[in-house]
Design a protein. Sequence first.
Length: 474
Amino acid sequence: MNLRKNQAVETYFREVKRYKSILKSTVFFSVIVLLQACQNPPEQNTPREQEKEHPNITKLKGQSSEFTPEIIRLNKNVYVAVGYDGSNASMVIGKNGVVIIDALRALGAAEKVAEEFQKISDKPVKALIYTHGHLDHTGGTSAFTGNSNDVEIIARVGFKSELQENSPVESILKQRNARQFGRDLPSEDVINRGVAPGITPTDRVGEGYLAPNKTFQDSLYISLAGIDFELYAADGETNDELFVWIPDLETLFTGDNYYKSFPNLHAIRGSQYRDVKSWGESIQKMSTFPVKHLVPGHTRPVSGESFVHQNLKNYSTAILSVYQQTIDAMNKGYTLQQTVDSVKLADSLSTRPNLQEFYGSVAWGVRSVFLHYVGWFDGNPTNLYPLTGLQEAKNIIALAGGEQKVKKQLNTALNEGNYQWGLQLADYLLQTDYQKKEVIVIKIKLLRGLAAQEINAPARNYYLSYAYELEKNI
Ligand SMILES: [Zn+2]
């Protein structure tokens, strides 16, 4: 007994000694590293933000918890699959069957969700409702419905009429889409897509799509699987958007007009005009219902009547405020840039967790509204026939004292963290043939510098994707 005790004591002291020596060597090592750091200042051209994580990046990383895969039970009739794909799919259990709302993007992901839903209820699928035509909500339908013709597939009149496959500039839209979503980025660069996980399933994307067999214009009151549904046309992210209200379950499905982020009033991948005023009014209309559970097209559901109401209210106020401020600035004769510079969200809105610019951006929304109403001419006659890009660049470079001076300023901008200014200077130099390769190398660093402090996932993904493209072509 005693012997064992002694052995135990000995082992204990041995361990303490070991930890002490580890501690000593760690402190020693840290001091050395610190001394080295003092002697060797960070290498020039290293974006400062890469050394320490910017608070915006920490926030954006935090948003990823919205996409943890889970089947969320809202009440005994409503289940929401979050994080299985880029968007949400829901199941409403009725008396004699179930109704599915939205169908994900990849058939493979939809099959997994359908399997989970069947474990909860093996009643037959009676109907499937598309909140809008985007592929991330329509690609996996057959996983839920099979090929049965008895399933009602419901959408708005004009469903999918505005999609990029119908565009004459489809090829460039595809490239911009890949950049916005960071589709070709190495996984270590990917945080998320703002309202979706950074990487989404690719197993048979879109292969389960089935066209609607029932459409409606403004509203539809319909009993499905023994439950009363109210469907309302609600222009916003798309012109085929609708929302679903189930009075008996006090549950509202918003489609992509609502999610936990400032709304993407304009998609930088390139899209048709998203009717900002109607979008705000659609949310306003949602806020008139006594909603206990709010199910967004992306990000986790929101519950609690007053909390939901508050969320919808601040969302519609934010959208309509951006809209109205833009209109007011335009009516004062402001140019596009002056309008962008003048529109701000009030602090009471910009600090709300559901209005962070993870996906949409206030400035992009302003630009979109401005261009929608007056087109490309911003009202300043200087811009009727501006100099060619090359001529402007030559003049500015000459004014600055020559290319070398501009290049020096470019390095200063990079080293001081003025990345946007640096990009603008780099673009002047890139119009000329001056040290093209070297300037591109700096531009890549500037793009990465911006990405390292950007809260908006599409912007971050775009900066990084573009940087890799430049790198490949040097
Ligand atoms: Zn979506």
